[in-house]
Design a protein around this ligand. Structure first.
Ligand code: NAP
Ligand code: ZN
Ligand code: ZN
Length: 359
């Protein structure tokens, strides 16, 4: 085996073996002029990795290599790729968009109907995408972003999916000075959302299902903390909030109508949650009066660049737990992320050691 004919990764073979990824080699997609190859150094572990491995969004191809918070170095650059060998770049959850449609032409490429995710996706030539628990990734250079010097790689990794997923809806919905912004669900994405909302100048409310994360939320920059298992919490905050950004991994543990009652007129409930395909929200008419609900997906390339700059300038670092990549390591991170036993983002490390055969 010699690079670049074969890459190596840890793939999930079936939902029954969701937390036992197995090491295997695989052929990368065809290399086009706009493509690059990245030798991966770090990969964050997103709640989506767990959903996908479980088959929560429906069946996928097998094996599927999850992971879409990738940082690495460019080792091959196509002539139309805008990158050069040696560049330190990050890749998030999107690997393709058509570049032609209305969404693509208005910095909304994450909403392109032809978009392909970094894993659980397909390129127009039929190749099934494979993610970042791997030695390398090949993708269009357009979806790889230069990492500013001031950011170290392991802290930049979680920004690539989790970070942009909460940053985009915060700025698109006007989080900033004079706004009361609540972040509901304090996990990998929620903890970053608290830091970003604070950095943008908003008054920040952290909402969690118990009081166990109060100390952390205040350290992250929240001005207020709400535990929804305390009876009557919604009455105390009725008609208060301008924005609720829902960052939980499921809708089962939130009462949407109570949440809506805490928004003021014109308030917005924006969710980034991507729960199992059969979960729905049961919204009653009156709590929704004068307010709106929407779902946000990822962020645009322009917003990713903005976020990387913001974190570099303000020295914002996700709270991470490092685990070396291996069969045991990938088993551990998926198992513990599923139990929400991490504060707040796993980052897989030591790729050179594990994949020394693949270079
Ligand atoms: P995570 O680290 O596992 O955090 C999830 C948080 O959700 C937990 O800390 C918990 O917060 C809350 N939670 C757990 N079980 C819950 C339940 N049954 N009901 C309500 N809340 C619950 O996950 P993550 O990486 O932050 O991802 C969060 C969600 O975003 C996932 O569904 C993921 O697939 C999705 N996602 C969406 C996009 C997008 O573009 N829209 C992109 C990436 C990820 P508390 O204990 O504080 O309540
Ligand atoms: Zn993700
Ligand atoms: Zn498009």
């Amino acid at each position: 085996m010699s690079y670049p004919e074969q890459f190596t990764g840890f793939g999930v073979y079936s939902p029954q073996e969701w937390n036992h990824p197995k090491k295997h080699t695989f052929a990368p997609k065809n290399f086009y002029d706009g493509d690059i190859d990245i030798k991966i150094d770090f990969c964050g572990v997103c709640g989506s990795d767990v959903h996908c491995a479980h088959g929560n969004w429906g069946p996928s191809y097998s094996p599927i290599i999850v992971g879409h918070e990738i940082i690495g170095k460019v080792v091959k650059a196509g002539p139309k790729s805008n990158h050069k060998i040696g560049d330190r770049v990050g890749v998030g959850a999107q690997a393709f968009s058509c570049g032609e449609c209305k969404s693509c032409k208005s910095h909304n490429e994450q909403y392109c109907t032809k978009a392909a995710y970094t894993y659980f996706g397909q390129y127009p030539d039929g190749y099934n995408t494979q993610g970042g628990y791997a030695s390398h990734i090949r993708l269009p250079g357009k979806f790889a972003f230069r990492i500013p010097e001031a950011l170290d790689s392991k802290h930049a990794a979680p920004l690539m999916c989790g970070g942009i997923t909460c940053y985009s809806p915060l700025i698109r919905n006007g989080a900033g000075p004079g706004k009361k912004v609540a972040i509901s669900g304090i996990g990998g994405i929620g903890h970053m959302a608290i830091m970003f909302a604070k950095a943008l100048g908003a008054e920040v409310y952290a909402i969690s299902r118990s009081d166990s994360k109060k100390e952390d939320a205040l350290k992250l920059g929240a001005d207020h903390y709400i535990a929804t298992n305390e009876k009557g919490w919604e009455t105390k905050y009725a008609d208060t909030l301008d924005i609720i950004l829902n960052c939980g991994s499921s809708w089962s543990g939130i009462d949407i109508n109570l949440m809506l009652s805490t928004l003021t007129a014109g308030g917005k409930f924006v969710s980034i949650s991507a729960p199992a395909a059969d979960e729905t929200l049961a919204v009653s008419a009156f709590p929704l009066g004068g307010k709106s609900i929407s779902q946000s997906i990822l962020g645009s390339g322009k917003e990713i660049e903005e976020l990387l700059q913001l974190c570099a300038e303000k020295n914002i670092k996700p709270w991470i737990e490092e685990v070396p990549i291996s069969a045991d390591g990938t088993h551990e991170v998926l198992t513990r992320a599923d139990k929400v036993d991490v504060r707040y983002r796993f980052v897989l490390t030591d790729f050179e050691k594990e994949f020394s055969d693949a270079y």
